[in-house]
Design a protein around this ligand. Sequence first.
Ligand code: HMG
Ligand code: MG
Length: 298
Amino acid sequence: MSPDAVRLVEVGPRDGLQNEARVVPWPARVALIDALSQAGLPVIEAGAFVAPRWVPQMADSAAVLAAIHRRAGVRYPVLVPNLKGLKAATSGGVDDIAVFAAASETFSKKNINCSIAESLERLAEVAARAKDRGIAVRGYVSCVLGCPYEGAVAIDRVVEVAAALAAMGCHEISLGDTIGVGTPRRAREMVQAVAGAVPVQRLAAHFHDTYGQALANILAVLEIGVTTFDCSVAGLGGCPYAPGASGNVATEDVVYMLDGMGIASGVDLEKLRLAGLALCQTLGRPPASRAARALAAR
Ligand code: HMG
Ligand code: MG
């Protein structure tokens, strides 16, 4: 059974641009975010307050946050890995953050330089301080369907990390197939297992499209009650600490599918396509979105 409406979380300006070889000038990030809000995206991940030595592409996130035109009703979360990041985010007037952990020890070490247990301890403090200030906290679990270093990841591990993030007060848990290796049956099994610990209404699905499985995976978990999906305009992105990972599922492809199924997302596909196209012109390459390419050729 499919829902009447879903909520899309646009992660291109963060998950997408963090993986670009060259740093995209921050005014282009501002223009992208504003074009995405004009297209009707209700949540736009606008940057990351992480160590610039680790992810130089996100270094100007404070400038981006200060320059965007905040559209009423739109949320602009930023990624925060520790208290230092929280302090920088709050100085910039952020009212939504996302913390991130992994279901794979090696990925955790490579991505944030600590074990899963250490990260959860650190993030619990971040979440508690954020909540004291009235800041909403989203939680990510990476490597839910596979790890670039360890291969298969146990579903029990995903459940444990998701439950820990929910227990520390994350209002939503995004389940990340960081390297896009998942297929629909496994994706559904994983979500069903996590939904035993965290209500499915609080889960989001975050599929990268490395093996072309993302739309199929979305459909598989949509049918078991997930109604929040992360996606990236023009299929931008990957993760700098996940070798070989390609971008998230393209927002245009998701909106095209939802429109065709009569499921409302509130997003205007043509405005979205143009937002992606403008950024791709800056990058000097065509959008990875199949729908965007097909629509441009019409
Ligand atoms: P560390 O080296 O262990 O940290 O990194 P440290 O505390 O020893 O600090 C090292 C330096 O970084 C110091 O500077 C700190 O001040 C600075 P120095 O004294 O050497 O000049 N520093 C910071 N600067 C700015 N903002 C901060 C901050 N923290 C420390 N918040 C750390 C640990 C977590 C900081 C680092 O590993 C890091 O920033 N990692 C982030 C990596 C990242 O952003 N990865 C991509 C996002 S995750 C993802 O894409 C997956 C997702 O999309 C879901 C999915 O697909 O699965 C979410
Ligand atoms: Mg990601």
